[in-house]
Design a protein around this ligand. Structure first.
Ligand SMILES: [Mg+2]
Length: 373
């Protein structure tokens, strides 16, 4: 009898259940009536289960649930799970929790700093958001963590003073002139854990570009260390067939896996690396590997950001903020509605830091004056 570790995805909630070392029969039982599954064999290699129609359905259902136009399709239980306080209303609470610690900012791009638009190449960031992030980086170390290629997300943001973690954190680079926050050299590429997969991703990107031609509106983006098939402009009735097509291509590459985001399927190497690992790597780069003196704030809108929220929960540090207008199961602690609320939140954080710094300076001057008397 073959034993496997199995991950079952629940399409309604987007949650996953892990079954350790179970038989094929138990797999069938676990999957029945739930959704799709991928299996992780004992050697640790993740594979899509043969005939993964259920997996495809699960992705498509999850994508529908993630769609901003679907506000009422979730179960009552999920609505009850929707109790995240607003990060704007709880700003004082977040500030109190960060007292005496160094705040480090992590920002997703699409749906967080820029609105989700039909054409992913036109997901521009507003000038006012750029000015806000520039200001933010003068007070706190700031990183952009995106599923996009690093070059593409940099072209959107165009702020050289930030850290960039592209391709879901698989391509990390420091600020172009070094960081005032980190000790030692922080320029240039800091980490690329998936370099060996570059030719494979290129190949899959080319094949998928051909395959999706029969689906009007579908696009595939080469994000260097991963590829993204965008469903944003594809008619919803075609989503199932398109997902099936993507699945059949990726099935030929056992070293790649598919994950699902907001109207997108991402094809990524099977390595244990995600936005959560990128967050940990960047904290380590900044000298906060095992420190209690750091307060990371991560803001993101997508399923892939959950890895980072989870890391914060496990570390018992900082705040995860989910950008959403629909109920979702999440590891985040707070929520913001959309990029415009993100901007207000960032501005208020900067304003608080500016005032706190002024107060410190004034206090220092008063103490010096008293000493001089
Ligand atoms: Mg996003």
């Amino acid at each position: 009898m073959t034993l496997k570790n199995v991950i079952v995805s629940h399409p309604e909630s987007g949650a996953v259940t892990v079954f350790a070392a179970v038989s094929d029969e138990s797999v069938a039982e676990a999957v029945a009536g739930v959704g799709g599954c991928v299996s992780l064999d004992i050697s640790g290699e993740l594979r899509h289960r043969a005939g993964g129609a259920a997996t495809m359905n699960s992705w498509v259902e999850s994508m529908r649930a993630c769609s901003p136009t679907r506000k009422s399709s979730l179960s009552k239980d999920n609505q009850l799970a929707w109790k995240l306080p607003s990060a704007l209303e709880k700003l004082d609470e977040i500030i109190r929790a960060s007292e005496g610690k160094k705040i480090v900012m992590f920002l997703d791009y699409d749906g967080t700093l820029s609105p989700i638009v039909d054409d992913p190449d036109r997901a521009f960031m507003s000038n006012s958001m750029r000015a806000t992030v520039r200001k933010l980086a003068t007070y706190f170390p700031t990183a952009i963590v995106s599923g996009r290629s690093r070059a593409k997300v940099y072209n959107f943001v165009r702020l050289a003073e930030l850290y960039y973690a592209g391709s879901h954190g698989m391509d990390i680079k420091g600020p172009s002139k070094g960081s005032k926050y980190a000790k030692g050299e922080q320029t240039g590429v800091l980490f690329q854990p998936a370099s060996e997969f570059l030719p494979m991703i290129d190949e899959v990107h080319k094949i998928l570009s051909e395959k999706i031609k029969s689906f009007p509106g579908a696009t595939v983006e080469n994000n260097k260390f991963c590829a993204s098939v965008h469903f944003r402009c594809v008619e919803e009735k075609e989503w199932g067939e398109l997902a099936k097509e993507v699945g059949s291509v990726v099935k030929q590459y056992p070293k790649l896996r598919i994950s699902q985001g907001r109207k997108v399927l991402e094809i990524r190497p099977i390595i244990k690396w995600d936005k959560g690992k990128a967050l940990e790597f960047l904290l380590q780069s900044l000298g906060y590997a095992n420190s209690n003196d750091v307060f990371p704030v991560y803001i993101g809108d997508d399923r892939t950001d959950e890895d980072a929220f989870k890391v914060l929960r496990e570390r018992g540090q900082g705040s995860g903020i989910l950008v959403t207008q629909t109920p979702k199961d999440t590891h985040a602690s707070y929520s913001l509605q959309d990029p415009s609320e993100v901007m207000v939140f960032l501005r208020r954080l900067v304003e608080w830091r500016k005032m706190a710094r002024r107060r410190q300076c004034r206090l220092r001057r008063e103490i010096e004056q008293m000493k001089a008397k």
